[in-house]
Design a binder for this molecule. Structure first.
Ligand code: ADP
Length: 329
């Protein structure tokens, strides 16, 4: 049986007469990274706030670290850590003092608090800066301190709301490394992000939130297969072989005469590739190079969250083959 770090069904939330979450279902296995994507205002922070017990839902059920949020929010709260978009770091005191404050909040005995704080400052490369006021830290250092403070309570489920927004590329990569290590250590990470590259890089599962619902969910690779734009590219070195193939494939392929390449639409699934290769064999086409191109996550995101896209609220209707349906599940 899979152990869910987070299990959510039918989650609803409105502000006044504005419905923000209109029935959200999520099942996130323990020890994985889950990324919630969505345009600004989609409701990502609202989901994080509900799951981290800061606000209550209007309807639906949610369990976090095995605790029902309605029945036992206290137990859920004890098992989680939250790093919001707005840092919990107090700039007027030092990094170390921020850490010790967290240790006090978690009622750690003094000596243990000092030991835990020193260990985390070391792990996040903040030992040298530990005695400087946090206000003097760079954006990346503040974000690292924020996460270090979250870890004082040894949370099993960690919510990171846009953990790298505003960071430079180097700090962003450091943060990615930290997130990977959290999961290696056994935690489950629930992150929201505006950066598709970040979800692609880190997440085992990605869900796209749009118009109050999960428009699609799957691994990055699965999601990329549900939007059109994937193709197989056949490249030739011999112009005569290229011309022969172009004539044979005729309307099935688009030509790139400069590169001696032909592009055939494909979802990249094994089934479709096998039939494509069989077909090429029977037609006597022998390409020098065959590459499979899937759309990137940007394509998926824009396709699913475009205001005019009718398929976005019912993605299972959009795909036309089994592999795509699997991705949309
Ligand atoms: P995201 O994190 O995806 O940008 P949010 O969860 O912050 O989205 O917000 C979702 C929607 O709910 C937005 O339209 C926002 O204006 C609205 N909203 C969020 N918090 C409140 C609130 N406390 N009162 C009224 N509306 C709110």
């Amino acid at each position: 049986m899979t152990s869910w770090a987070i299990a959510v069904s039918g989650l609803r939330k409105s502000y006044g007469d504005k419905s923000v979450l209109d029935g959200i279902d999520l099942h996130i296995p323990a020890g994985s990274v889950f990324a919630l994507l969505g345009p600004n205002g989609a409701g990502k922070t609202t989901v994080v706030k509900i799951l981290s017990t800061l606000i209550t839902a209007d309807g639906g059920q949610a369990q976090v670290a095995g605790h029902d949020l309605a029945a036992d929010p206290q137990a859920a709260r004890a098992a989680i850590g939250v790093t919001g978009q707005f840092s919990a770091v107090d700039g007027l005191i030092t990094g170390e003092e921020n850490m010790l404050l967290m240790a006090d909040l978690h009622h750690l005995p003094r000596a243990e608090g000092r030991r835990v704080a020193a260990g985390l400052l070391e792990r996040f490369d903040l030992t040298d800066a530990a005695h400087k006021p946090a206000a003097s830290y760079s954006g990346g250092m503040k974000r690292r301190l924020d996460i270090a403070m979250t870890l004082v309570g040894s949370p099993r489920v960690i919510f990171l709301d846009e953990p790298t927004t505003g960071l430079d590329p180097r700090s962003r990569h450091t943060m990615w490394q930290i997130i990977r290590e959290l999961v290696t250590d056994g935690a489950t990470v629930f992150l929201t992000t505006q950066y598709l590259e970040e979800a692609d890089e880190l997440a085992d599962t990605i869900a796209v939130l749009h118009q109050g619902r999960i428009a699609a969910e799957g691994s990055a690779e699965q999601l990329k297969r549900i939007v059109p734009g994937g193709h197989v590219r056949l490249r030739f070195t011999d112009p005569a072989a290229y011309q022969h193939a172009a004539a044979t494939l005729h309307q099935a392929a688009t030509r790139d005469d400069d590169a001696l390449a032909l592009n055939l639409p494909s979802d990249g699934s094994q089934r479709e590739l096998r039939s494509l290769l069989d077909w090429l064999d029977t037609t006597g086409i022998d390409a020098d190079q065959l590459t499979v191109h899937t759309p990137d996550l940007d394509d998926v995101f824009f396709a699913l969250t475009s205001p005019t896209d009718q398929s976005s609220s019912q993605p299972a209707d959009a795909p036309t083959d089994d592999s795509s349906k699997e991705a949309a599940r």
